[in-house]
Ligand binder design. Structure first.
Ligand code: PGA
Length: 249
């Protein structure tokens, strides 16, 4: 049985006091469910967040990680640093990093490996843009993004990783993939892993992300290969996020 996971990606939002308020409200609203839950605040608020989350079931994640272990990389944050301040997860290859900061499949694969080498659990984000979907290339694009990581780390590494399918056209647009569209790509991802190792493919969690709200979460999470969600906008509202976690539980 794969335990469902709901992770909130706060992106570049909030203030120090707002972060504390949101975490306190979230802890007050959290349902007693079966689902695992994590939040990924901005780097500079991770230490505060770790302190506020101590003793709670909510896990901490970062939004990105440097591909290098340490050294002269101005502005970067290493996996060891993230681990040191209490992170359990880190996103890698979010579509905004790929599109706005030029992260290649190869760099994302190195970030995935760097995260794991510091005992972080990477949440590998993959997904197609609208033109790729409309030209029938979704599987090709998602397969390429996945293969780039498999080539570097091998399938065994997915025993300690999470995949997030996020169609880029659904992120922050209010336009969600239908449950069938999500299931189709999730099954494709699981099948691609199964071709290399059936045990690992059966245990890896594949999250859906892209305009998930309290109102549509249950239907999406009800698909057989959807193991939870990666939530952007709706993770900034405690009640809404808690309702999404409840829908997964
Ligand atoms: P959204 O973002 O829920 O606001 O669409 C999801 C994401 O970018 O991870």
């Amino acid at each position: 049985m794969r335990r469902k996971l709901v992770a909130g990606n706060w992106k570049m939002h909030g203030t120090r006091s707002g972060t504390a308020e949101l975490i306190e409200s979230l802890l007050g609203a959290m349902p007693d469910g079966q689902a695992e839950c994590a939040i990924c605040p901005p780097f500079v608020y991770l230490t505060d967040a770790a302190r506020l989350l101590r003793g709670s079931p909510v896990l901490l994640g970062a939004q990105d990680v440097c591909a290098e272990a340490q050294g002269a990389y101005t502005g970067e944050i290493s996996g060891a640093m993230l681990r040191d301040v209490g992170c359990h997860f880190t996103l890698v290859g979010h579509s905004e990093r790929r599109a706005l900061y030029g992260e290649s499949d190869e760099l994302v694969a190195r970030k995935f490996a760097a995260a794991q080498s510091q005992q972080l659990v990477p949440i590998l984000c993959v997904g197609e843009v609208l033109a790729e979907r409309e030209s029938g290339r979704t599987h090709e694009v998602v397969g390429r993004q996945l293969d780039a990581v498999l080539q570097v780390v091998g399938v065994a590494a997915f025993a300690r990783a999470v995949v997030a399918y996020e169609p880029v056209w659904a992120i922050g647009t209010g336009r969600t993939a239908t449950p069938e569209q999500a299931q189709d790509v999730h099954a494709f991802i699981r099948g691609r892993l199964a071709a290399r190792d059936a045990n690992i493919s059966g245990s890896v969690r594949i999250l859906y992300g892209g305009s998930v709200k309290a109102g549509n979460a249950a239907e999406i999470f009800g698909q057989p290969d959807v193991d939870g969600g990666l939530i952007g906008g709706a993770s900034l509202k405690a009640d809404e996020f808690a309702a999404i976690v409840a829908a997964a539980g």
